[in-house]
Design a protein around this ligand. Structure first.
Ligand code: IMP
Length: 174
């Protein structure tokens, strides 16, 4: 596959500063609670790893895998869970960590799925938010950066499984 043209939008330094701010806020909000952080694979793994290491409170971690995209950049509009959590979340404080919210379909589905297990609380932390692309009404409780339309890669986010390893965030240029 040819290298695609892309332009940096968030440098390492900008990302680290914002993630530290989010970690501080979350540490304050969840001090003394029984926090379980649930990351959505694969995209959230790098953000989540940075976030929990910058927090100063303990937490447990688990992962789900939710597929909403096929090859390429267009959503199918259908969400399928392919890996469930392995931790009991009943009566616990749950924070879902996601790489990016676009239509809102993935998080609407996942929040509904997890709420059925009666957590004490359930909130969502998203690294990026493409607010203008919503198909359902959904608001994340913590958002790193709000971005305009455009397909972004790096810091865990992929295009056809490429570019997840990049430490910065880039927008793909058409
Ligand atoms: P939603 O269900 O439409 O909110 O889509 C969320 C999922 O779509 C994310 O977890 C990503 O996997 C994927 N996604 C949406 N926009 C982008 C993007 O710009 N780059 C990479 N993945 C994206």
């Amino acid at each position: 596959m040819n290298e695609m043209s892309k332009e940096i939008i968030f440098s390492r330094a900008v990302i680290q500063k914002r993630v530290q701010e989010m970690a501080d806020q979350i540490s304050g909000d969840y001090a003394g609670s029984d926090l379980v952080i649930i990351g959505i694979l694969k995209g959230a793994f790098i953000f989540m790893a940075d976030l929990i290491r910058m927090m100063n409170i303990p937490c447990k971690v688990d992962f789900v895998r939710v597929a909403s995209y096929g090859a390429g950049a267009e959503s199918f509009g259908k969400v399928v869970m392919t890996k469930d959590i392995e931790t009991s979340i009943r009566g616990r404080d749950i924070l879902i960590v996601e790489d990016i919210v676009e239509t809102g379909l993935t998080l609407q589905y996942l929040a509904g799925w997890l709420k059925e297990r009666n957590p004490r609380s359930l909130k969502v932390c998203a690294f990026l938010d493409k607010r203008k692309r919503r198909k359902v009404s959904f608001e994340a409780d913590y958002v790193g950066f709000t971005i305009d339309d455009g397909f972004v890669v790096g810091y865990g986010l992929d295009f056809n499984e490429q570019y997840r390893f990049l430490p910065e965030v880039y927008v793909i240029k058409q």
